[in-house]
Design a protein around this ligand. Structure first.
Ligand SMILES: *Cc1c(COP(=O)(O)O)cnc(C)c1O
Length: 436
């Protein structure tokens, strides 16, 4: 399959090129050139279909003409030693747990696939890659884990000092090996600006084979479609009515991946785009005015995004027609008090902890069902393990969630980071000192 930039349909690239370029040279985002027609495959799915089968099926289409079947299976096998889990809460609502991977967040699916695919491509040449990425928390830990020990790949992660949770910081800074953690004295926006500068700097790109791994990368976005398809297969037998996904959203990569699955023929009635106070997309859906603004801090901080990068892909999908988008994407905004209240209620009623992001999706799903007289089934994407957000869970429920094995050993591991200032010059100097 070929891909092209949202800003210039005339320049087509392969999956491999889209993977290593991250952002298109014109600043646009890569999108698939054609819509896969997978309806027949979707009809044949059932509860017994494994996540691997689904991942291999879609990957084979995406990579057609670039790698052989053996490579597709290698990529899928290496990428996914973990799987999603489905928890059916009642007739109307289920939860798709996407946090059983190495960093305990859904971003593991995209990052792992990207890493496995890059390793496969690099293995066939003597090329190397330097993954440079900025994180406000979850992206960095997923990327660090996914690329850890991958051959021919160096990882450099910038994070804002003091602004990621203690656990997240441990996830970023304790791997060592090919993962370099740079602790920036500044904000996440500073980190992002520094990374952007590095990519645009001719001297930098000459010195390092820089490539990106953030959520704009198509190689991270596309594999997120696999679990929408998997969740549908799991629920299919009991779906006799409308079927929705509720997606806690920040940069809207996760939601966009669902929209691709729908484009390929997945029978989804609509998507509920649930945001915290950073609600530029729900506002756009309501008013037709898209006005990005600086992000606001909330308890669901992985969704504190004031200018969601994947909005450009969503617009492309719906040909910039808001009415078409509105027919498929319902926006809803959940405040911090509502989020905490939802976490408390779900704990009381089901003895289940939700992370604050998942709680945003859950609250929007319940509200949607109430407004629609419980017509339909909503699958809520659970985007992170509650234990990743210990402080918020404790604040909401008064109790401490149990740590999964992936997080349990972290506290005793030693942090290794290099502290740098928030200037591109300091980043360049550090990279030269450490990597050259
Ligand atoms: C990144 C993240 C989100 C937001 O996902 P987008 O694809 O950026 O919309 C939601 N929840 C958690 C836990 C995350 O880490």
């Amino acid at each position: 399959m070929k891909f092209y930039s949202t800003r210039d349909p005339s320049k087509r690239v392969s999956f491999e090129q889209a993977l290593f370029q991250g952002l298109a040279p014109d600043g646009g985002l890569y999108i698939p050139e054609e819509d896969l027609q997978l309806q027949t495959h979707f009809k044949a799915l059932d509860k017994g279909t494994s996540f691997h089968e689904i991942a291999a099926l879609v990957s084979a289409y995406l990579l057609k003409g670039e790698v052989d079947g053996g490579a597709v299976h290698r990529i899928v096998k290496n990428a996914f030693p973990f799987e999603p889990k489905l928890v059916v809460m009642d007739d109307n609502l289920s939860i798709v747990e996407l946090f059983h991977g190495p960093s305990c967040a859904f971003k593991d699916f995209g990052a792992s696939f990207l890493a496995a695919a890059m390793e496969e491509f690099l293995q066939h040449s003597d090329r190397k890659a330097v993954i440079l990425t900025a994180t406000s928390g979850d992206t960095g830990s997923a990327v660090a884990q996914a690329f850890y020990n991958k051959k021919n790949i160096q990882v450099v992660i910038l994070y804002p000092s003091g602004r990621v949770s203690p656990l997240q910081e441990k996830q970023l800074t304790t791997l060592g090996g090919n993962v370099l953690a740079l602790e920036v004295k500044g904000s996440f926006d500073d980190c992002q600006a520094m990374v952007k500068k590095a990519f645009l700097d001719p001297e930098m790109s000459a010195a390092f084979p820089l490539t990106s791994a953030n959520s704009i990368s198509l190689g991270r976005l596309i594999p997120q479609s696999f679990y929408y398809i998997w969740a549908f297969a799991q629920l299919k037998e009991q779906l006799n009515q409308e079927f929705y996904f509720a997606v806690p959203s920040g940069n809207f990569g996760n939601l966009t991946a669902g929209l691709y699955a729908w484009k390929w023929g997945l029978p989804v009635t609509a998507f509920i785009a649930a945001t915290n106070a950073n609600d530029v997309v729900p506002q756009y859906l309501d008013t037709g005015i898209y006005s990005p603004r600086p992000s606001r801090l909330t308890v669901s901080n992985a969704m504190d995004v004031g200018n969601p990068s994947n909005f450009e892909r969503m617009e492309a999908l719906f040909h910039k027609n808001r009415h078409l988008m509105r027919a498929l994407v319902f926006g809803d905004t959940v405040s911090d008090p509502q989020t905490l209240d939802t976490m408390r209620t779900v704990k009381d009623r089901y003895n289940m902890d939700l992370c604050p992001h998942t709680a945003v999706g859950y609250a929007a799903a319940r509200r949607f069902l109430r407004d629609n007289n419980s017509a339909g089934h909503v699958a809520v994407l659970a985007t992170a393990h509650p234990a990743k957000f210990l402080e918020v869970v404790e604040q909401a429920t008064g109790r401490t969630p149990e740590l999964p094995p992936q997080l349990a050993g972290l506290a005793s591991k030693e942090k290794q980071s290099i502290v740098i200032s928030n200037t591109p010059a300091d980043l360049f100097k550090t990279l030269k000192d450490v990597l050259l």
